[in-house]
Every structure is written in structure tokens, then in C-alpha cells.
Design a protein around this ligand. Structure first.
Ligand SMILES: Cc1ncc(COP(=O)(O)O)c(C=O)c1O
Length: 367
């Protein structure tokens, strides 16, 4: 057969596809392991809210119908909860989809987007796939360097992404720092604060309060959040954005009409009011983060202090440690792709999972 002459858009040839890894069951089978624990994707180790599971069971017989393209009930409930009008909300197939929607709606030919390095990798991947110039601004001491990002924003940027807390570092920028940053960036640049992990930030920390305040600011600001992390609904894919209605209205023109499936809407609506599950999940992360930090410190391992549900651990050869942990049935993330070759990123699990991880890590690094 003759080779097909395929000429993808510029940037696609150089893209390395996202590696989703093998299913846990496959890793387990290949390595002959009795048990595999996954601490690699910053998911909720307690699972979804039991209320979401119940709601899903009764919704499943309705999947012959298209979903509600406007997420009517969920939008109304979330609008009450956040104190913003329904028109200030937009939902996506995970917050990942909203990142793409922002690019497709706002970034014009020749304009740039700015993000930190290392930060959530999807900003860069979408820029590259769309042939848009992405400007990576190095973090300073593992924290977003907002001053440098503001400088970069002055040079033809359309959108600036600030992941707060940041992934993979777990660090945050504070309210005052963010306010100063907002005021220093040209008024027409769209500022996106990706708050996928904001629910894990301990209350004592001075986390920026942008909702609902951003609705009264005379500049375009978007806050993105997700049901994938604290809410334990990563598998059904649903995230949301909060912005002034004129921004949402433009994004809605580009959005696929049925982008959020019906099961995701039902699960999110049920999970949103399950305070008990949410509080239990937060408490687990706060307690277990302290436990992990203490144990790692006793083992002489350096960690990056994190306000999210994961943390970076300095282990020497991160890639090697990742493979050795995998052989022992523990899946974490190697950080070479983020330029952090000496680190692994581990998600906070249950006490039992964390103990298994710590035991395996002690074996691997010999402490
Ligand atoms: C910083 C950040 N933003 C957004 C996302 C995307 O989450 P989702 O598409 O599941 O809502 C992630 C997922 O890991 C993330 O780490």
C-alpha cells in the first residue's frame, strides 16, 4: 500500500501524544502483582460521593436521550452555591475542554499564550496543536513567577494561564500577589486562573478570592474548576468556568452543543451537596499530607511543601524510582517530562495506600 500523504497542521508533527499509561489491571497482570495502587493522577482515593453513585444508577436508563445542552439544573445549583448568575458559568467535558475552548474562542493568528514552567502540560499541548506560540515562564523556587509572567504578557499575549495551586509543584500564589499581578497585566489580556485543586488549600492560607469578585472587574478573568479532584468524578469528565457573561457567551458559540454528557451532569448535581463526603475527602488529604511529609522527612527525603492533594518528592533518578515503584505495585508520576528529573509526584492516598507507597519507596531508595 502506498503511504498516505498527510499534511497535518503545523505543530502536530512535533507533538508527543499524551501517554495515558496502561490500565491498572494490565500492569497488575504483566507484573504478576496481587495489588496495584494508583497515586498518579491526583484523584480522590475515597471514590465518588455515594449520592452521585445512587443518582447515576437511576439516570443510566435514560442514556438514550441527548444530554441537556445547557446543564440547566447543575448551572442553577452551582450559581446559588457560588453567588454568581447562571450566565457567568460554562461547563466542559472536564476543565481540559475549557482550556481548548478558550484558545479556540479568543486566540487570534500571531498572538501568544503565556504559562508557567513546569505547570499543567495541557496549556502547552493545545498551543502546539493549534500552531499558537506558547511562552513558558520558569517558576521561581517552584512557585509561579507572576512578575515575569506579567512582563511576558506585555509582549503580544492574548491569554495567560496561572494554575493555582500549580500542578505538578502543589504550590500557590496568594491573594495579594494575584491582585498585584491582575493590575499589572494589560487590560485586554485574558487571565485564566486554573483552580482545579483549590478545595485542598488549607483554610489558613491566603488563597485568592476571585469568585464572585471577578464579575466586577473591568478586565477579562476566567476561573476554571473541576469535579475531577475533590468530588471524585474524574471518570465522567466535568469541569466548569466562571467569568463575566460576555466571555461565557462567546465561548458558548464555539462549544459543542452536547459537550457535557448526561451522567456527568447527574453525578455532579448529586455530589455538589454531599458535604459529608467532601469534608471527609478534604480532611483525609490534610491529615495524610502531614503524615507523608513527616515520614518522608524521617527518611531524609526532600519534598516540596504542597497545598494540593499531591506532592513532589526528590528521589534522585525520578524515572528509575518510578519504574522500581511500579514493579512493587505502586504507580506514581515520573517528572522528567516537566524538567524535574530528580523528582516523582505522588498523590495523597488513604493511610493504607500511603503506607504501602512509603514502604516501597524506602526499599527503592535504600533508607
Ligand atoms: C491544573 C489542572 N488543571 C486542569 C486539570 C484538568 O482536569 P479535568 O479535565 O479532569 O477537569 C488538571 C488535571 O489533572 C490539572 O492538574
Amino acid at each position: 500500500m502506498a503511504a498516505l500523504k498527510l499534511e497535518p497542521r503545523p505543530g502536530i508533527e512535533g507533538l508527543v501524544p499524551y501517554d495515558p499509561g496502561k490500565p491498572i489491571e494490565e500492569t497488575q497482570r504483566e507484573l504478576g502483582l496481587e495489588r496495584v495502587i494508583k497515586l498518579a493522577s491526583n484523584e480522590n482515593p475515597l471514590g465518588p460521593s455515594p449520592k452521585a453513585v445512587e443518582a447515576l444508577k437511576s439516570a443510566i436508563s435514560e442514556i438514550n436521550r441527548y444530554p441537556d445542552g445547557g446543564c440547566y439544573y447543575l448551572k442553577r445549583r452551582l450559581s446559588q452555591k457560588l453567588g454568581v448568575p447562571p450566565e457567568a458559568l460554562i461547563f466542559g467535558n472536564g476543565s481540559n475542554e475549557l482550556i481548548e475552548l478558550l484558545f479556540r474562542t479568543f486566540v487570534r493568528d500571531g498572538e501568544k499564550v503565556v504559562y508557567g514552567y513546569p505547570a499543567f502540560v495541557v496549556y502547552r499541548l493545545i498551543a502546539q496543536a493549534m500552531g499558537i506560540e506558547g511562552v513558558s515562564v520558569p517558576l521561581k523556587g517552584m512557585v509561579h513567577d507572576l512578575e515575569a509572567m506579567s512582563q511576558a504578557a506585555k509582549d503580544g499575549a492574548r491569554v495567560v494561564f496561572v494554575a493555582n495551586p500549580n500542578n505538578p509543584t502543589g504550590t500557590m500564589v496568594s491573594h495579594n500577589e494575584v491582585m498585584e499581578f491582575i493590575n499589572s497585566v494589560p487590560q485586554d489580556v485574558i487571565l485564566v486562573f486554573d483552580e482545579a485543586y483549590y478545595e485542598f488549600v488549607p483554610p489558613a492560607r491566603d488563597f485568592p478570592k476571585l469568585v464572585p469578585e471577578l464579575l466586577d472587574m473591568d478586565r477579562p478573568i476566567v476561573v476554571m474548576r473541576t469535579f475531577s479532584k475533590l468530588y471524585g468524578l474524574a471518570g465522567v469528565r466535568i469541569g466548569y468556568g466562571i467569568a463575566r457573561p460576555e466571555i461565557v457567551e462567546l465561548m458558548n458559540r464555539v462549544r459543542q452543543p452536547f459537550n457535557v454528557n448526561s451522567l456527568a451532569q447527574v453525578a455532579a448535581l448529586a455530589a455538589i451537596d454531599d458535604e459529608e463526603h467532601l469534608e471527609r475527602s478534604q480532611r483525609l488529604v490534610w491529615e495524610e499530607m502531614v503524615f507523608l511529609e513527616d515520614e518522608l522527612s524521617k527518611a531524609g527525603l526532600e519534598t516540596v511543601p504542597s497545598v494540593a492533594n499531591f506532592m513532589l518528592v526528590k528521589v534522585g533518578d525520578g524515572n528509575k524510582v518510578f519504574h522500581e515503584l511500579l514493579k512493587r505495585g505502586v504507580i506514581v508520576r515520573a517528572m522528567g517530562g516537566y524538567g524535574l528529573h530528580q523528582y516523582i509526584r505522588v498523590t495523597v492516598g488513604t493511610r493504607e495506600e500511603n503506607e504501602i507507597f512509603l514502604q516501597a519507596l524506602r526499599e527503592v531508595v535504600g533508607v
